[in-house]
Design a protein around this ligand. Structure first.
Ligand code: KG4
Ligand code: ZN
Length: 379
């Protein structure tokens, strides 16, 4: 898809009339559908939305199992599409387009939403918009508030950890990304080591909140000598495992103290790297300098607080979308679809499902951080 004219239109374009888009999402472990209306001035209303999580399906395995996820998406996605249309009291013939995440993500899952969207597009004669999931996250704060481009985005989820300068629809520059695990994976994997269950992030936060000695275990600081905006969490995970293995019959006190150490180390690393990125792009932003924090890990209050402090120290405002738009959802996909449609950017019905699809192809090819991970590519 050509994005050149999108890059010349950094602010929302006005359209002769409102655009109503059905969005579908199934790239990881949430099946979602939503209908978004983008008014002619670019303002946004979510008309209906639904998300079905799969935590119970994956919990016995301590992580997302791709085949289980794909099957669950395929069983639920068309029903969810019908449900949101019913809730909005609309039919597919009231839609101006159908948008689906077409990557990056677990390929079997991605195909569920994309194929459903293709079927609807073909049957109802609607344009199809193949949305990059990461662009959905990048635009998500605009579901609930006016936010002009450019702004800085920190995306921290179970599959992604990256800093992106969001300059406009289809115009994003990646400043840094994880060179190994995603931040959410660091939470999930250390939780698994400590036997805290899945998903690990909320459990680690709960235990950390009970720690009376959060400084008891010293964990290494990551990438101390590295001057980039990249992240690394693998060393932390290994160090936490070593501490755990060294404990003789660990108690809940040990769990709480180690959880607090892990959470503190992740929060500090995220804030330090985001601080670097803020320093780097401050001159390119307008008077209102914004750091958007999205992704499931943004639910963590220690992470939120560390980022608020780092932002405040640099004259940045830290904006976090409401939790339901921080985690995977279809409203952000419908919105990205509507923004593409407003720019006349639609896709052919043979648009591929992509396991990998970096937001910023130039940055991804230049650096090794674009490897495949548990939940798909981290680039
Ligand atoms: O964005 P998300 O719902 O799904 C994707 O990964 O795409 O993020 C899920 C991740 C999981 O790794 C989960 O453990 C983490 O977000 N998470 C948290 C918290 N809530 C969810 N991590 C730390 N603290 C939390 N409260
Ligand atoms: Zn996501």
């Amino acid at each position: 898809m050509a994005l050149s004219h999108a890059q010349q239109n950094p602010q929302p374009v006005s359209t002769p009339r409102a655009l109503t888009v059905l969005g579908l999402e199934s790239s990881c472990d949430d099946t979602a559908a939503a209908i978004v209306r983008r008014a002619s001035d670019g303002s946004v209303t979510v008309l209906a939305e639904a998300v079905l999580g799969q935590n119970a399906d994956h919990a016995p395995y301590g992580g997302v199992v791709p085949e289980i996820a794909a099957r669950a998406h395929a069983e639920r996605i068309d029903q969810l599409a019908r449900q949101v249309l019913g809730e909005a009291q609309l039919t597919v013939h009231d839609m101006d387009a159908v948008a689906a995440t077409s990557g990056p993500g677990l390929i079997g899952g991605v195909m569920a939403a994309l194929m459903t969207a293709k079927g609807i597009a073909l049957g109802a004669q609607l344009p199809l918009i193949a949305v990059n999931h990461l662009e959905g996250h990048a635009l998500s704060p605009r579901l609930t508030q006016r936010l002009d481009f450019p702004y800085l985005l920190l995306l921290v989820s179970g599959g992604h950890t990256q800093l992106v300068l969001v300059e406009g629809v289809g115009a994003m520059t990646r400043l840094g990304s994880t060179i190994d695990d995603a931040a959410g994976e660091a939470f999930d994997k250390t939780a698994k080591v400590m036997g805290l269950g899945f998903p690990g992030g909320p459990a680690v936060e709960r235990y950390a909140g009970q720690s009376a000695e959060p400084d008891r275990f010293a964990l290494p600081r990551m990438l101390m000598k590295d001057k980039s905006c990249n992240f690394s969490f693998a060393g932390l995970k290994t160090a936490a495992r070593r501490v755990w293995d060294g404990l003789d019959q660990p108690t809940d006190t040990d769990r709480a103290d180690l959880a607090a150490a892990v959470q503190g180390a992740i929060a500090r690393h995220l804030a330090e790297r985001a601080g670097r990125a803020m320093d780097q792009v401050a001159g390119q932003l307008g008077e209102r300098k914004v750091l958007v924090v999205a992704g499931g890990v943004a639910a963590n209050s220690a992470v939120r607080e560390a980022l608020r402090e780092a932002a405040e120290a640099r004259g940045f405002e830290r904006v976090a979308p409401p939790m339901k738009y921080c985690t995977d959802n279809a409203a952000m996909i419908a919105l990205a679809g509507a923004e593409h449609l407003a720019l006349g950017l639609v896709d052919a019905l043979d648009a591929p499902a992509r396991a990998r699809w970096p937001l910023d192809a130039a940055a991804a090819s230049a650096d090794p951080a674009s490897g495949a991970g548990r939940k798909g590519p981290k680039a």
